[in-house]
Design a protein around this ligand. Structure first.
Ligand SMILES: Cc1cc2nc3c(=O)[nH]c(=O)nc-3n(C[C@H](O)[C@H](O)[C@H](O)COP(=O)(O)O)c2cc1C
Length: 123
C-alpha cells in the first residue's frame, strides 16, 4: 500500500487515503517474487502470471526469464491502451533475433552463476 499527499491543499491525493502501489516502482519486488515462486511452482508444472510494473516488451521478457508462463499488464494501459500489442510485437522480435522457437522457451531461462545454483533463493 502507499499514499500521496498534496502539499498545497494538505490533503491526501487518494480519497481513501491509501491505495495499492503499482507500476515501475514495484517491478523489482514483483520480479523477485516470481523468481522465488518459480522455484517451487516448476516442480509441479504450475504456471505463474507475472505482473507488476510491466511497461514494455523488455519488462515482460524479464518476468518470463524469472519464471512466469505469461504476464499481466495493468498500469501501463493507462498510459497507452494499445501497449499490449506493442509488447507482443517486441517479444516476437526478441525471439526472432535470437532464433528462439517459442515464448515458452523463455520461462525460467534466467542464467544464474554457479555459486547461486544451490542458494535458498534458487534452490
Ligand atoms: C486501477 C487498478 C485497479 C486494480 N484492481 C484490482 C482488483 O480489483 N483486484 C486485484 O487483485 N488487483 C487489482 N489491481 C492490481 C493489479 O492487478 C496489479 O497487480 C497491479 O496493478 C500491478 O501491476 P501493474 O504494475 O501492471 O499495474 C488494480 C490495479 C489498478 C492500477
Amino acid at each position: 500500500m502507499g499514499m500521496a499527499i498534496d502539499a498545497e491543499s494538505r490533503r491526501p491525493v487518494i480519497g481513501n487515503v491509501q491505495g495499492g502501489l503499482s507500476g515501475p516502482a514495484i517491478k523489482p519486488l514483483a520480479l523477485l517474487k516470481v523468481h522465488q515462486t518459480y522455484q517451487v511452482a516448476r516442480k509441479h508444472n504450475a504456471p505463474i502470471i507475472g505482473q507488476g510494473g510491466i511497461m514494455n516488451a523488455v519488462d515482460a521478457i524479464e518476468f518470463l526469464l524469472a519464471g512466469a508462463t505469461t504476464v499481466g499488464v495493468g498500469t501501463a494501459l493507462f498510459y497507452d491502451p494499445l501497449v499490449c500489442k506493442k509488447i507482443n510485437a517486441g517479444i516476437a522480435d526478441y525471439l526472432a533475433e535470437r532464433n528462439i522457437a517459442s515464448v515458452a522457451d523463455l520461462t525460467g531461462a534466467l542464467k544464474l552463476g554457479p555459486s547461486l545454483e544451490n542458494s535458498p533463493v534458487s534452490g
